[in-house]
Ligand binder design. Structure first.
Ligand SMILES: [Zn+2]
Length: 282
């Protein structure tokens, strides 16, 4: 078996017919997942990806599919599509926003589907008393975990940017320590275990945060930095991910190929970083 030298990590937020920022339509999501499956891509589990970073072999066409936050639409639309094509994703949930109650309908069932608001509305509702309208419930998470479409990891308990709210480093770090501990406690209570994979809220992290995450028991830290490669031996505290656009499979096939390519990948990343630095200067 030939082996992967680089594993691209895909980042999704919403899969929903309500168009908006960071949203993939169910039709495009199906094209992407079907395309990946037919092209022979292996969607790794978090454990397999961690093993790859430590030097274990994984099949040549390996990817890691990730979702952030824990929106209801992930269950209604993404779950049945992943299941249909035998693909697997990891979902970083904001543990403080997950609700109680019975599992709702998803696209694979015959019952009427719950509405899944666009990102702007979801963002307004998720931190209110109406969060259940846009966020997952524990019963849905258990169902997805049982059926193998998704596995669940920490995205902290609150998703707060403590560095922006707290005036000094000590209170910032105290708040973050509690946030990480809360998310670990809730995952243990609700799902019977917690992993060493963590995704930073709003993509922010600094040296303090990395140390706090390590102290809390996390090792694999997921960023929103797109322009780097996840290769064996790479620092597990800085995992690169690229945002998947609301496009068909052709776009994703090209972007994934580029992300993994030993020569064109680094060149493309350097060019993007150079362009970004130039924009900042201007
Ligand atoms: Zn997030």
């Amino acid at each position: 078996m030939s082996q992967a030298s680089c594993v691209p990590v895909l980042m999704y937020h919403h899969v929903s017919p309500s168009a908006g920022m960071i949203t993939t339509s169910p039709a495009n999501f199906e094209k992407q997942i079907r395309g990946l499956a037919r092209a022979g891509y292996h969607s790794l589990t978090g454990d397999e990806f961690a093993g790859f970073l430590q030097g274990n072999a994984v099949p040549k066409r390996s990817i890691l599919i990730t979702f952030d936050d824990g929106y209801l639409d992930n269950y209604v639309y993404a779950h049945p599509i992943l299941k249909k094509y035998g693909m697997h994703a990891v979902l970083f949930i904001i543990t403080g926003l997950i609700g109680e109650g019975a599992a709702r309908a998803h696209q694979g069932s015959s019952a009427e589907l719950p509405s899944t608001p666009a990102h702007k509305e979801a963002k307004a509702l998720m931190f209110s008393d109406l969060k259940d309208k846009v966020m997952l419930r524990w019963s849905e998470i258990e169902l997805m975990q049982r059926e193998g479409s998704f596995e669940f990891h920490s995205h902290t308990h609150t998703h707060e940017r403590w560095d922006l709210i707290q005036s000094d480093a000590i209170s910032k770090n105290t708040k973050m320590t509690a946030d990480l501990a809360d998310s670990r406690r809730v995952l243990k209570e609700k799902l019977g275990g917690v992993s060493d994979h963590l995704c930073w809220p709003q993509g922010y992290f600094d040296e303090d945060y990395i140390q706090l995450a390590r102290d809390a028991g996390f090792k694999y830290l997921y960023t929103t930095d797109a322009y780097g490669q996840n290769i064996a031996g790479h620092d597990p505290a800085h995992i690169y991910r690229f945002a998947v656009r609301n496009r068909g499979f052709l776009w994703l096939a090209q972007r994934t190929w580029l992300a993994a390519h030993p020569y064109w990948g680094p060149l493309y990343n350097q060019w993007k970083l150079w362009k970004r630095a130039r924009r900042k200067k201007a």
